[in-house]
Design a protein around this ligand. Structure first.
Ligand code: FES
Ligand SMILES: [Fe+2]
Length: 494
């Protein structure tokens, strides 16, 4: 059930602070947990079903993509079901990105092209952490863009990502957010798939009393769930609808600078999932990415960050990007709650505020270097957050031009002691739909959609720090937003 926190709609239970193993089998019971006739070998002809080997299944997947086109189109030659070329409703002035037309946040045609070229394109989208699926048969449901997928650990221990769309008539097969299953059973006519996505049972395939049934030539091997390309790095799972052969290795996709910051948090230690938050924001998904690429706002909007010195313009900071500009990282370090030349200019600085429980801001250093805030945006759908000792992935799930869901997964490391886990959870109070800091972002993003959505002829002014898209050693800049849109324009052919 949806409920409201502030003005942000939160879907489902807010469950921060509970370990993932206790989530399984919560919520609506999955049809996968009760064996239907397709899986029990009586009404189905499962025994007769040819098993599809990994290779065969990959070949099947490559043949059948959502867009109906050969996947893995290169950036220079995007092909889309929306059609190539300029979109009539969008006019982007000049070649730069210091002006961003408001129509890209509202236009349905743009949105469909994004699904096709960005979320359906040759990029690695984040789908989860391996720690969420420790055992064979564990699954989670999630989305790439707005397409539902299932992430499942097979009997062989491998994690696969399958389109959550029945090969029969398109029904979503798995409904639980987390589950533990032996096989995947569609709720409609109970077609049954194994953990690799191969179709292994069709009820009444041979008919009943010699009547009806599927045609003799019907081949189970032709009707598996679409299997996506998958890659993992230090416990983080990515997938793509593009063919594996068309995708760069993840390390190449990120580049050395982004990889350095990614590996700082995901350093190979086993992760421990601490909890989840989900929120629905009534705004275009790109506004969330912009927000995390925008250090300018962080110094001004957030009373909490500014007052308690967690992120402020007078502190040593930097913005770094990969050569394409699609990924970025904002880096800063904690300062003090003191009045100085900079804080005197900040309305949001409150010298007289103090925390009732100062333990909220008692971080300990756990990585090399002085940086205490590292916010990384990884094209096309992932934010990796380190704010003091609270660590989280935030996954963007699009829901049309004017709405997205943000899925937060908080984590620590298996070797954390109890005190560290408690510290991470305490600091997580800054985050999420009602967090002391993040509540400001989702509200202001909503206000952005409300304002710009009504004025499609307008354009955003993105000129702070100049017009270029280079790295900076300060946070008084919108360079990472300009860089993001430079890449976006190429991919979208705008
Ligand atoms: S739609 Fe899935 S079994 Fe019919
Ligand atoms: Fe913010």
């Amino acid at each position: 059930m949806a409920r409201s926190v502030g003005r942000t709609v939160v879907e489902g239970p807010v469950r921060l602070g509970r370990v993932v193993s206790r989530h399984r089998n919560e919520g609506p019971r999955s049809p996968n947990q009760s064996r239907g006739p397709a899986c029990d070998g009586r009404a189905s002809d499962r025994e007769a079903a040819p098993r599809i080997g990994a290779l065969g299944h990959r070949a099947l997947s490559a043949r059948r993509s959502f867009s109906g086109q050969a996947p893995g189109q290169g950036e220079d030659q995007p092909l889309g079901t929306v059609g190539a070329g300029r979109l009539s409703g969008v006019s982007w002035q000049g070649d730069g990105t210091s002006s961003v037309p408001y129509t890209i946040y509202t236009d349905p045609e743009i949105y469909r092209r994004e699904q096709d070229r960005i979320f359906g394109g040759p990029y690695w989208s984040y789908v989860g952490l391996t720690a969420e699926l420790p055992d064979p048969g564990d699954l989670k449901t999630t989305f790439i863009g707005d397409r539902p997928v299932v992430v499942v650990r097979g009997g062989d221990g491998r994690i696969r990502v399958l389109a959550n769309r029945c090969a029969h008539r398109g029904v979503v097969v798995c409904r639980s957010t987390f589950d533990h299953v032996d096989e995947l059973v569609c709720p409609y006519h109970q077609w049954c798939y194994d953990l690799e996505g191969s179709l292994v049972g069709v009820p009444f395939r041979r008919g009943v009393k010699k009547l009806g049934g599927m045609p003799a030539e019907f081949d189970l091997a032709e009707h598996g769930l679409v299997s996506l390309a998958v890659t993992e790095r230090n416990g983080v799972v990515f997938a793509s609808f593009a063919a594996a052969a068309a995708l760069p290795a993840l390390a190449d996709e990120l580049g050395p600078e982004m990889l350095r910051w990614f590996d700082r948090v995901f350093d190979g230690r086993e992760l421990r999932v601490l909890g989840f938050l989900r929120q629905r924001v009534r705004a275009n998904w790109k506004l969330m990415f912009e927000n995390i690429k925008d250090p300018y706002h962080a110094s001004l909007l957030h009373v909490f960050l500014v007052t308690f010195g967690l992120f402020r313009a007078d502190q040593p900071s930097a913005v770094r990007m990969d050569p394409s500009g699609r990924h970025a990282v904002l880096i800063s370090r904690k300062g003090e709650q003191q009045r100085n030349e900079t804080t005197a200019q900040l309305r949001s600085f409150q010298a007289d505020l103090e925390l009732a429980d100062p333990r909220l801001l008692q971080p300990v250093r756990e990585y090399p270097g002085e940086e205490t805030v590292v916010m990384q945006t990884l094209w096309p759908n992932l934010i990796v957050q380190q704010q003091s000792n609270t660590l989280a992935t935030r996954q963007l799930v699009t829901r049309g031009p004017s709405e997205f869901d943000l899925h937060w997964t908080f984590f620590g490391y298996e070797d954390d002691d109890e005190e560290m886990t408690l510290r991470r959870l305490r600091q997580a109070s800054l985050m999420g739909p009602s967090g002391l800091v993040s509540i400001d972002d989702s509200e202001v993003i909503r206000l952005a959609q409300l304002g710009l959505g009504s004025y499609p002829e307008g354009a955003a002014v993105v000129e702070m720090g100049g017009h270029d898209t280079t790295d900076t050693e300060h946070m008084v800049t919108e360079t990472a937003i300009r860089a993001f849109y430079a890449h976006y324009r190429k991919v979208m052919d705008l």
